[in-house]
Ligand binder design. Structure first.
Ligand SMILES: *Cc1c(COP(=O)(O)O)cnc(C)c1O
Length: 347
C-alpha cells in the first residue's frame, strides 16, 4: 500500500441517523455533489438507500441520472444545475426533481417536445445571487409556472433557495424573502409540496429553517463547519481518512508516500502533526508525491500513518482552518485517482 482514502460506512450510517434526528420533523436530502464530496458516489448512495434515505441532492443531471440507476425508482433526486433543453430532457427521462431558477430555463421547458411531466422546484433568489428568480421577477415566473401546470407539462413540487449560513441576520433576511415568495405562490394557486432552504449548518442550528427538506452534505460526511461547533457537539464523526505509508527513513525526516493524488495544499507544510508510534510529529514538507515528517526513533518503512480525517489527529476542517478555508475544500482535493477503501466491505 502506498496511500489510500479509507471510508468507514458504519460511521457514515451513524451520521445519517444523527442528521435525520437533528432535522426532524423535516426530511434530510443527502447531498452527493462532487462524487459524494469525494467519498465515492456509488457506494455511499447504496449505503444511504439501505439506511432509508429517500431524497438525494445530486447537483447536475448527469449525476442525478447516475443516482437514479444506483438508488432505484423510489428515490427522489433533486438537481439544480440544468444547462438547457437537453439537460431538461435528460432530467425528465430520469424522473428527477428539477430545480429551476431562471426564465431562460422556463422558456426551454415550454418549448420542449412533450415528454412526460417535469417536476419543478422553483428557486427564489434570496440574496446569494448564484441563480434563482429575483424577487422582482417572481410574479412573472409564477404566472409562467401556472400556465405550464395548466398545460399539463409541469408539476409544481416545491420552492427552494440557498442561504449563506454566514450570519444569522443574513439568513433571517433570506428567510423573510423566501416566505414572501411562498405566500405569493399560494396566492397564485401554486401550493408547494416541499419547501427547502437550509443546508447542514442552519438545518442543525435553526429549527425555523428546516421546513420540509434539509439539504445536508458536509455533516453527513462528518465534516464540521470551519469556525463553528465541533464534531462532538454536532454528534457527527469524520467518515473518511487519508492513510499513507512510510517509504524511507532519513536523518532529516521520514518520507511518507502519499501518491501524486493526495491533494494536500503545500501551504499546510509545517502547520500540522500526524500520529506516529512515538507520538505526534510535525509534517515538515509537502511534496508532489510524499510528505516529510519530523523523525522519530525506530521509524519503519511500511508503517502506515493516518494523515488527516478519520483516525488522524486533524480533521479536514482542522487543516482547513490552518489556511483559512473550509473542510470541504480539503476533502474535495483528494483526487479520484487515490484508491478508496471501504469498510465494512460491501456484501
Ligand atoms: C452543496 C449544497 C448543499 C449542501 O451544503 P452543506 O453545507 O454541504 O450541507 C445544499 N444545497 C445546495 C444548493 C448546495 O449546493
Amino acid at each position: 500500500m502506498s496511500a489510500e482514502y479509507r471510508v468507514d460506512l458504519d460511521a457514515f450510517a451513524r451520521n445519517l441517523r444523527r442528521v435525520r434526528a437533528a432535522v426532524a420533523p423535516a426530511e434530510p436530502m443527502f447531498v452527493v455533489k462532487d462524487d459524494a464530496y469525494a467519498h465515492g458516489l456509488e457506494v455511499l448512495v447504496r449505503r444511504a438507500r439501505e439506511e432509508g434515505v429517500r431524497w438525494f441532492g445530486a447537483f447536475d443531471v448527469v449525476t442525478g441520472a447516475a443516482v437514479r440507476s444506483i438508488a432505484g425508482p423510489d428515490a427522489r433526486i433533486f438537481v439544480w444545475l440544468i444547462g438547457g433543453a437537453e439537460d431538461l430532457a435528460t432530467g425528465i427521462a430520469a424522473d428527477l426533481d428539477l430545480g429551476v431558477g431562471d426564465h431562460a430555463l422556463l422558456d426551454d421547458l415550454a418549448a420542449l417536445p412533450p415528454a412526460g411531466v417535469a417536476r419543478v422546484h422553483l428557486k427564489i433568489d434570496t440574496g446569494l445571487h448564484r441563480n434563482g428568480i429575483r424577487p422582482e421577477d417572481w410574479d412573472a415566473a409564477l404566472a409562467r409556472m401556472s400556465a405550464l401546470v395548466a398545460e399539463g407539462r409541469v408539476q409544481f413540487e416545491g420552492i427552494w433557495s440557498h442561504i449563506s449560513e454566514a450570519s444569522d441576520a443574513d439568513d433571517d433576511d433570506a428567510r423573510a424573502l423566501f416566505l414572501a415568495a411562498r405566500d405569493a405562490a399560494r396566492a397564485a394557486g401554486l401550493e408547494p409540496r416541499f419547501s427547502h432552504l437550509a443546508a447542514s449548518a442552519a438545518g442543525f442550528a435553526r429549527g425555523e429553517f428546516r421546513e420540509d427538506l434539509v439539504r445536508v452534505g458536509t455533516f453527513s460526511y462528518g465534516i464540521r463547519p470551519a469556525g463553528g461547533p465541533g464534531e462532538a457537539e454536532l454528534g457527527i464523526e469524520p467518515v473518511a481518512g487519508l492513510v499513507a505509508t512510510v517509504t524511507a527513513v532519513e536523518s532529516a525526516g521520514v518520507q511518507v508516500d502519499v501518491g501524486s493524488a493526495h491533494g494536500l495544499p503545500s501551504a499546510l507544510a509545517g502547520l500540522f502533526e500526524v500520529a506516529t508510534p512515538a507520538g505526534p510529529r510535525r509534517v515538515e514538507a509537502i511534496g508532489f508525491t510524499s510528505l516529510t515528517v519530523a523523525p522519530w526513533d525506530d521509524a519503519k518503512v511500511g508503517e502506515p500513518l493516518a494523515i488527516f480525517g478519520r483516525g488522524a489527529l486533524s480533521s479536514a476542517t482542522d487543516l482547513a482552518e490552518l489556511i483559512d478555508t473550509i473542510g470541504e475544500e480539503i476533502a474535495l482535493r483528494v483526487s479520484p485517482l487515490l484508491p478508496r477503501v471501504y469498510t465494512p466491505v460491501e456484501a
